[in-house]
Write a protein that binds this ligand. Sequence first.
Ligand code: SF4
Ligand code: SF4
Length: 193
Amino acid sequence: MLNNYLIYLKFLDEKFAKFFDKQKPYIFCKKGCAKCCKNAQFPYSEIEIFYLMKGAKLLSHEIQENIKQNVENIREQKSKFDGERFLYNCPFLIDDVCSVYNYRGIVCRSFGLMYKVADGKNKVPFCCFQGLNYSNVVEEGTSIVSGEKFENLGLEEEPLAFNISYEFLTDSDFEKGFNFKFGDKKPMIEWFL
Ligand code: SF4
Ligand code: SF4
């Protein structure tokens, strides 16, 4: 079953590599930019967390201890939280670098691209509003592509929005097609609480 999930991950990685490549002029991701690993929920299915933990077990004792401490800290923050949507920094983020990069889940692989939402509209990743991805081509404070900005960039490849919602990428059709099961899905931290 894990092998089939890995085949699916490879299939996704190839697709995302093409998408990111197409959108290169609008993407400002770089190592050490970890804004998308903070203040979020990080949906993870059972098979994704299983694979993530496989990677975590290969880390040095020191890093594993750091991760455990991060989980403890988040547990404490959560116990004091009484709002509706608990957000946290990913416990696997160490010194602003993903400690389990090759083992990361689906949401971590797709983040950063412009995407389509249920009503067919396009949405930019939140980092656009911090001067990062797509900020050079959308109207300030919106997800609307500016014809003027696009023209000024003198590029051939238009910014595109992709169907990369977590719900879509973990749809049961993919389970059937690749012959594995995602299992339960929940915010990453809940697998550890
Ligand atoms: S998606 Fe945005 S926040 Fe995440 S690494 Fe790329 S530029 Fe940084
Ligand atoms: S698993 Fe890695 S890429 Fe995903 S949120 Fe955590 S630190 Fe970021």
